[in-house]
Design a binder for this molecule. Structure first.
Ligand code: UD1
Length: 366
């Protein structure tokens, strides 16, 4: 079996690590050959290199160097560069993960070369078509051959759009494979600093990077002021995404309790989340990790493509309602969060299930 794995942006690295480790297990009996194609969508050390080092991902076989620029520029550059790779090097499967620009761009090119497109994390939808990720999800799923889903709801959505059920496999969550595999490696980012006592203090973790939250200066400002006002005596650790940096400075907000950090590596970030009293975020992946780590999570979005983090897990959606933000922060501070559970198959074995099914597919179609 010969596979191309596509990665481009930070959340992709976490998902692909699960598949690469599953292949390591398999290669004791069967042979899976793969090459890693890195589009270069994320390129900073903190957004990229550190994830390869920590999560045991090998050096990419191809680096397409397509970082920066608008959505359209990024997608079209990636398509042109991946086409050159496929001109010389054809796999049997092109595996794309998640919903970033690299996902849709490479899926389209692979399809043009009649390579089977495999989408990991297929079938999820926020219903908010103004999000670039939603467009990427819909387009990718419209040309996918084999669908791997994180929930039954996602499988059912695909069936309702007319996909033949035999092409859909509910396997669980690769992000959670990685979380469980590496949880003993999580480490305190302040280990050798004056903030060493971090685990004794109550603190929150904040991440924001969606255009809807960070491109509107007034909203960003009121949101940060509300968080500070509702959480007296609690530190807020805020690893700042590159997209967020400039506008954050423009808000002019400064507080000893709002501790701005560079983007953190996987081990340090999840140490913070796991030891926090709660997370405030607009990320999708973090809501899943918080659910498994049993940490209360407030999401600053109107919708989510991961509804089970709300119905089963620790997440609540508050959109842009600052009154709700205050109410839920009070619940966190009073240690009065809802009961939660872990969704089915978020058990650390998803990568193995996926590789198993790919083998079956290969044998059936010989
Ligand atoms: C992308 C994904 C988003 C994912 C997020 C995680 C899409 C449409 N969006 O959003 O789904 O949740 O990654 O981080 O694919 N930049 C740097 N250094 C880097 C990476 C980016 O300075 O290492 C800059 C870019 O040049 C750009 C901005 O940050 O100006 C945003 O990066 P981009 O890749 O366009 O999308 P994200 O907002 O990171």
């Amino acid at each position: 079996m010969y596979i191309h794995f596509i990665v481009g942006a930070r959340p992709n690295f976490v998902k692909i690590s699960s598949l690469i480790h599953a292949i390591k297990n398999y290669n004791q009996e069967k042979t899976v050959n793969f090459k890693l194609i890195h589009t270069g969508q994320h390129y900073d050390y903190n957004m990229n290199t550190i994830f390869f080092k920590e999560l045991g991902i090998p050096e990419p076989d191809y680096f397409l160097n397509c970082g920066g620029g608008s959505q359209t520029t990024q997608i079209s550059k990636i398509m042109l560069e991946y086409e050159k790779v496929l001109d010389a090097d054809l796999p049997q499967y092109c595996v794309v993960v998640g919903d970033v620009n690299s996902t849709v761009a490479c899926a389209v090119v692979a399809k043009n070369f009649k390579i089977k497109v495999v989408h990991v994390e297929a079938g999820i939808r926020s219903g908010d078509i103004t999000m670039p990720e939603e467009v990427n999800r819909i387009l990718t799923d419209s040309i996918t051959d084999l669908f791997f889903t994180t929930t039954l709801k996602a499988s059912n959505l695909l069936i309702n759009t007319g996909v033949e059920p035999s092409r859909i496999h509910f396997v669980g969550n690769t992000m959670i494979d990685t979380l469980l595999r590496f949880k003993n490696d999580f480490r305190n980012p302040f280990e050798n600093t004056e903030r060493k006592s971090i685990t004794e203090d109550k603190f929150l973790v904040l991440t924001l990077h969606r255009p809807s939250n960070v491109d509107d200066l007034q909203w960003l400002k009121s949101c940060l002021l509300e968080i500070l006002d509702s959480t007296k005596n609690v530190n807020i650790f805020f690893p700042v995404h590159p997209r967020t940096r400039k506008n954050l400075e423009l808000t002019g907000i400064k507080s000893d309790r709002l501790i701005l950090l560079e983007p953190l590596g996987y081990f340090e970030f999840n140490f913070l989340v796991g030891n926090s009293i709660g997370v405030i975020t607009d990320s999708g992946g973090i809501t899943e990790e918080a659910t498994v780590l049993k940490i209360p999570c407030i999401t600053l979005r109107d919708s989510t493509e991961r509804p089970e983090t709300v119905t089963v897990g620790t997440n609540v959606l508050i959109g842009s309602d600052l009154t709700l933000l205050r109410k839920f922060l009070a619940k966190i501070l009073n240690n009065n969060w809802k009961k939660s559970d872990i969704p089915k198959y978020w058990d650390g074995k998803t990568g193995d299930r996926i590789i198993d099914i790919l083998f079956k597919d290969l044998n059936e179609n010989k």
